[in-house]
Write a protein that binds this ligand. Structure first.
Ligand SMILES: Nc1ncnc2c1ncn2[C@@H]1O[C@@H]2COP(=O)(O)O[C@H]2[C@H]1O
Length: 906
């Protein structure tokens, strides 16, 4: 057949356009059976025409399908697909079929758009290649080849440079990137002497070398080979040659050949450089990017895609279906030009799929699709935030598909939300931050995006253990205690059925009813009789080493009413602010005190008196004197006195596990604190004689009530970090101060900034922090008090564990077992994780360094005792004696209160 090599190649490139997939298959053909395959391939142009025919045929099929479907949805869906692509490519055909599998449920998730033109434009500037002198490499085994000389001479005439080598080894050496010589544009290989140079092997080796795609390889062949048959060129193409050249000594023929080749090489080089630049850009993206061919084979997956989905970059997933769900495949084959829809991605490391927002596009230089691009939003930020070290085990789990789906739809819904007149501060913050990313450097954008991702979570202040050695809770006792205090989840594994309505409170305490009866008995005997010793003691009520246990002893377990009256009426004159008389206040204190359970070792009225004393002490500080109104101070004192009223001596978690009526009433949420607040008002409003609020204006009452409730609820430990973080964020600014002064575990020095006090919502934070610090101030008291409180709380915890075991309830703090627990270690953990940060923040705010000093000293002392092998309550008692501390008071103070010295007339 009398066709020229270039005719053959042109013929081939036409085929490439029309039957890409067949051509690709052909490229894999081995040299030996090439003729058969070649004959099949020769039919390809006809197949291409048939393919057009098929396209028409398919169209008519589609129409019939639509009419069969006979509903609007099907029609719309169908029209979308058709307008998306008129291609007759196999991929597009498959797409039309599979698109019918989309259900109406799927459709709202999918924002398929065909508005834009095929996004296949590579900017011309990216394809520009600067003119360069032609570089030719000749590979001729024969030392003085005349053909080689002709080729070299032609290059010289064209203003280029030619080199020649004689072996395959030298050729590959010349291609090494670090070799001194320039990379050639064109390599001419003498393919006429297979016994001295295997031209096929060499071409494969060249193509197997990195970055040689753009080099034009020319095989010089004998005329007889060239004319052998129509398809003699195919094995050369298959081996990697671009062109073949019949041996010639004509410098003109060579000149034309190398100039054409250089032009082709330059264009290829520019294209490859452009693709490399885009691939490098993709690799530096936080988005997950993959590019497939029209058969969903992954051609490129950027680093984020590989990393997040658990593939090593080199191995990478092979097919889209290895890593993406069916909807991704449906989108890829839908024929739509570009779309925006969530797709599921599977990670190798976890079985749970992740639904991520994805933008995709079908790319094609012609009307048919050659590549499909998937750009998915990064998921690792979300994952990190949800999965890291949280106390809530549920948050350690893998991502929940539905939650990520909603996150995926967040952008659209956010856009809609922004159009509404509703705007929460957090929305404003997020939108300000998003605006700040515009034009910002990538590192700043990355930080802002992380911050925005965190802000979008609903549990902004929920405790998370910092991944920092100082914050790592290693001691199991501390883990138990801190976990139980902070966790909002109840231990639910072992369900317990209550015996009946009378068994609603701990067996260690009298029932609610009996408490009331007891209080009535008390009230009938009450006489306000303050002995000289008691009066002397109450005179010291505003010192930080106030002898609270002595007060407990002198008042026979009724310290609250005495101290309350002395402080509230005597020092703070809250009766003026409340417009009530002292008698009513005394009645109120009495009824509140009688509703504390004297049988509790810790949560009894001595604890209430202690917290009240701490709040009174804090209120005397200048900062608070200037910030709080008299009514706010009154509310703080009342809240402190009542904050644990009717505490059963067991935790909220215990009540939830026991299905206690209070847990049922408050839906397992803030059970005890809700009860303390509600009961405070119930007791107050039930009887005019105790109603300290009865003379207040409606609005004033509302305000006081709101303050009291807010402060009592703030004592809930599951919200500890929320309150602390808000307080620190508002009143402490990062400064360049010394690290030693730093209160925060992130080692950033913080400086007090009280300008925010002008806003009422920030004063609320102060009041919450005040009662919180007072509530756990026992660890910041002088050692002898701290030790006694530690002993009492430990005893109460042990009793709870005993009760849980006896009733076959889940054990909330298994480490708090009297047989095994180390009290010093529990205190070390409590001070480390709860006390220090908070007391440092509060001490700085009210200028009370002793809070921190005592906590540090106690911490050091507990350490010493731990080192000395002190663990049990008995050990602690002995240590108290050895330290010449006052002998511990009885574990259970008197319970009846019938001989209380605080009396009132009924
Ligand atoms: N010294 C302490 N050691 C361990 N836990 C304590 C200590 N003081 C207070 N707590 C706990 O901190 C909690 C604060 O809120 P409650 O008073 O409800 O219950 C308290 C105890 O559970």
């Amino acid at each position: 057949m009398g066709c020229t090599p270039s005719m053959l190649l042109d013929h081939k490139s036409r085929r490439r356009d029309s039957t890409g997939s067949q051509e690709a298959a052909l490229a894999k053909v081995a040299p030996t059976p090439v003729c058969n395959k070649a004959v099949q391939a020769a039919k390809a142009p006809r197949a291409s025409l048939e393919s057009d025919g098929f396209s028409i045929q398919l169209s008519s099929k589609k129409d019939s399908y639509v009419s069969q479907m006979g509903n609007n949805f099907a029609t719309q869906l169908h029209i979308k697909r058709i307008s998306g692509s008129s291609s007759g490519s196999p991929g597009a055909r498959a797409g039309r079929r599979s698109s019918l599998a989309l259900t109406p449920e799927d459709e709202p998730l999918v924002d398929v758009a065909n508005r834009s033109p095929p996004p296949a434009n590579i900017p011309n500037a990216m394809l520009y290649s600067p003119p360069e002198p032609l570089e030719l490499l000749c590979v001729f085994p024969e030392r003085a080849s005349r053909v080689c000389a002709a080729a070299c001479a032609a290059v010289a005439r064209a203003g280029g440079e030619a080199r020649s080598v004689r072996s395959a080894r030298d050729t590959l050496e010349a291609l090494r990137r670090d070799s001194d010589t320039k990379q050639p544009h064109v390599i001419v290989v003498d393919a006429r002497q297979p016994q001295t140079l295997d031209a096929f092997l060499l071409a494969r080796a060249v193509r197997g070398t990195k970055n040689t795609q753009h080099i034009i390889l020319i095989a010089v062949v004998k005329k007889s080979v060239y004319l052998k048959d129509d398809f003699a060129v195919l094995p050369y193409l298959d081996a990697g040659y671009n062109r073949i050249m019949v041996e010639t000594l004509s410098a003109t023929a060579w000149c034309a050949e190398v100039l054409q080749s250089r032009a082709a090489a330059s264009a290829a080089r520019a294209q490859i450089a452009a693709v490399a630049a885009l691939a490098a850009a993709a690799d530096r993206c936080r988005d997950l990017i993959a590019v497939t061919d029209e058969q969903q084979k992954i051609l490129l997956a950027n680093k984020s895609w590989s990393k997040v989905l658990g593939w090593r970059v080199e191995e990478g997933p092979k097919q889209l279906s290895d890593t993406a769900g069916g909807e991704a495949l449906r989108l890829a084959t839908s024929g739509a030009r570009d779309w925006e829809a969530p797709i599921t991605l599977r990670r190798r490391t976890t079985p749970d799929p992740v639904l991520v927002p994805c933008r995709g596009a079908a790319i094609g230089l012609t009307k048919s699709t050659s590549h499909v691009v998937f750009v998915c939003e990064p998921i690792h930020a979300l994952e990190t935030e949800r999965g890291r070290g949280s106390l809530h085990s549920i948050r350690r789990g893998s991502l929940d598909v539905r939650s990520v789906a909603s996150d995926g739809l967040r952008r659209t819904s956010l856009a809609k939300l922004q159009g509404l007149p509703l705007e929460a501060p957090i929305t404003k913050v997020i939108s300000l931050l998003s605006t700040a990313t515009e034009g910002a450097p990538p590192s700043t954008v990355a930080y802002i995006e992380r911050a925005v991702d965190m802000l979008r979570t609903s549990e902004l202040y929920s405790p998370q253990m910092r991944d920092d050695p100082k914050m790592r809770v290693e001691d199991p006792i501390a883990t138990d205690l801190i976990g139980a205090l902070l966790s909002r989840e109840q231990v639910n594994t072992n369900l317990y059925f209550m015996q009946g309505p009378t068994n609603t409170l701990s067996s260690r305490r009298s029932s609610n009813d009996s408490t009331v009866v007891r209080s009535q008995t008390n009230r009938s005997n009450i006489k306000h009789k303050t002995t000289g010793q008691l009066r002397e003691l109450l005179d010291t009520a505003l010192s930080w080493d106030f002898e609270i246990f002595k007060l407990e002893e002198l008042t026979r377990g009724r310290p609250l009413a005495h101290l309350g009256l002395a402080l509230m009426a005597g020092r703070f004159d809250i009766c003026s602010a409340l417009e009530c008389d002292e008698r009513t206040l005394l009645h109120w204190l009495t009824i509140v005190e009688t509703n504390y359970h004297a049988v509790n070792t810790y949560h009894n009225s001595t604890h209430a008196a202690d917290v009240l004393q701490a709040v009174a002490y804090f209120l005397e500080k200048d900062r608070l004197k200037t910030v709080l109104e008299p009514l706010e101070a009154a509310a703080a004192l009342l809240a402190a006195a009542a904050h644990d009223v009717d505490h059963p001596g067991t935790s909220s978690a215990f009540l939830c596990n026991a299905r206690h009526p209070l847990a049922v009433l408050y839906n397992d949420v803030s059970v005890l604190e809700s009860h303390h607040a509600a009961l405070t008002f119930k007791l107050t409003l039930n009887d005019d004689r105790v109603n300290i609020f009865k003379n207040l204006e409606r609005d004033t009452y509302k305000q006081v009530r709101h303050n009291v409730i807010d402060m009592i609820l703030a004592t809930e430990m599951t919200k500890h970090f929320e309150h602390l973080a808000k307080f620190v964020n508002v009143f402490y600014a990062k400064s360049s101060g010394s690290k030693e002064d730093n209160m925060h575990t992130d080692q950033e020095p913080l400086a007090l900034d009280t300008t925010a006090l002008s806003l009422p919502e920030n004063v609320v934070l102060v009041k919450r922090m005040m009662i919180k610090c007072a509530d756990v101030s026992n660890a910041s008291r002088p050692q002898k008090f701290a030790f006694e409180w530690a002993r009492r709380i430990a005893e109460e915890y042990f009793l709870q564990t005993d009760e849980e075991k006896a009733k076959d309830l889940p054990v909330v703090m298994p480490m708090f077992d009297r047989a095994t627990c180390s009290i010093p270690r529990s205190q070390i953990g409590f001070i480390d994780y709860i006390i220090m940060d908070m007391m440092e923040a509060w001490a700085g705010f009210i200028d009370m360094p002793e809070l921190v000093n005592h906590a540090r000293q106690n911490h050091a002392r507990w350490h010493e005792l731990d080192d000395a092998g002190v663990t049990t309550l008995a050990d602690v008692r002995r240590a108290q004696r050895h330290l010449a501390l006052p002998a511990p008071t009885t574990t259970n103070p008197p319970t009846t209160g019938t001989t209380t010295t605080t009396t009132t007339e009924e």
